[in-house]
Write a protein that binds this ligand. Structure first.
Ligand SMILES: [Zn+2]
Length: 71
C-alpha cells in the first residue's frame, strides 16, 4: 500500500497519506490546520530506490540499453 508524504505550506506540518488508489489523492488536506495548500514530499521508499542508481556509470547504462535493442 503506497504511502504519500506531504508538507503543509501553511504550518509546515509533515504528514502522510495512506491510500489504496491514486484516485484518492485528488484533494489532500492538512490534518493540522485543514489547509489545502500542501506539497508532496519525497517518500522514504522512493529515496531508497533512487540511492542505488547513481553508482552505475552512465556509460554502462547507455551501452546496456543499446545492446538490448531498446529502439
Ligand atoms: Zn497545515
Amino acid at each position: 500500500m503506497p504511502i504519500y508524504e506531504y508538507i503543509c505550506k501553511d504550518c509546515q506540518k509533515h504528514f502522510e497519506i495512506l491510500t489504496t488508489s491514486p484516485g484518492n489523492l485528488g484533494i489532500v488536506k492538512c490534518p493540522e490546520c485543514a489547509s489545502l495548500d500542501v506539497k508532496k514530499a519525497v517518500s522514504a521508499t522512493h529515496f531508497q530506490m533512487g540511492s542505488g542508481r547513481p553508482s552505475i556509470p552512465s556509460g554502462a547504462l547507455s551501452g546496456c540499453s543499446s545492446r538490448s535493442g531498446f529502439s
